[in-house]
Design a protein. Sequence first.
Length: 443
Amino acid sequence: MTQSKHPETLALHAGHRADPTTGSVAVPIHATTAFQFNSTEHAANLFALKELGNIYTRLMNPTCDVLEKRMAAIEGGVAALAVTSGQAASAFAIQNIAKAGDNIVSSTDLYGGSFNLFKNVFKDIGIEVRFADPSDPENFRKLTDARTRAYYAETLPNPKLEIFPIAEVAAIGLEHGIPLIMDNTAAPIICKPIEHGAAIVVYSLTKWVGGHGNALGGMIIDSGNFDWEKFPQRQPALNTPDPSYHGAVWTQAVKGIGPVAYIIKARTTLLRDLGSALSPFNAFLILQGLETLTLRMRAHCENAVKVTEFLKKHPAVSRVIHPSIAEGKAKDRAQKYLKGARDTFMGGSLIGFELKDGVEAGKNFIDSLELAYHVANIGDARTLAIHPASTTHSQLTAKEQLLAGVTPGYVRLSIGIEHPDDIIADISQALDKASSGIVKKVA
């Protein structure tokens, strides 16, 4: 196949043409835990990284391998690692280069689960996370010291929905030898963080990439563009002997393979030792979703714009948040980073809004929905809705919720690919009931 750079083509063809044994065009599910070695020499070479290949499904699996190659190709990276969930991807991405006594600087605009992971779990293992307001990229520089190992942010923060200044923060990081890790979960296809300077991209594949609410998965993608060897003091995890793998110095160990020190270390140490291996069954399901991702993203984004315009005009709504109606710096960043697969603006499918009658009206709205699902997920083919303050961000303090963009009456919608008239009709009837106080519980 002629090498393509178009995501529509890559999502169908990258990493797999046909199974060499059976000729199967669909990617087979390799339901096996282990793989036969050709000889003792072959086995030794695999374990010594002299050859790359299958050893054990906790390390890699042919079904997962295709998914990794396709995601890396779509993002413009050199290699990728599939894991069990987006949370595992975020944790591994940081633990791969930070240890007890180190710190990272993260955006304040985060999904609630990520905020809790960073603030509490990482604190327990000795990794400090410092939170910077991304409205001014220089805040990342101000919080940087000699033990800062990475910057971290979400492209389209859930639920604040203000685009992160990727290039600006990546440039600050590069001055100091600090990679920018971008969670691009909410903006697949419509944003390419690597093109703007991100070193590492992470995903919850559970959301838009899989797209059907039937399989958990996560992904870490290595851009191959960050020169880890150039910053030995700043990045000791990749430049000093690793006792967990025979004293390997990762920047040296992969010289004959390519610029993949980061992702190889993540696979051969974290994935091996912590065991968050993606099931080949889940990889297969996510691959099915990936094949139609570009088509779905267009439908998601087009529907979201129509719903946004409807909500803007509704008398019961006091505020609407979506990149298509952003103003000032937020508008400039949205136009810069959300270019889409065909260099056209696509604002994503998440919408936030607040009802004039406050928190009770917000809850009543959720309880009145008939088409949209009330679930703790986003990025499904179906339209979804939730009240973040009482669910996804309930572990945060009131102040932390406000920093993340969550007010008491805030409602988050994840717009699906149903006909837009049906989505709007459901939202309209729920708003009317919420405003009147008449709520019908729907099983």
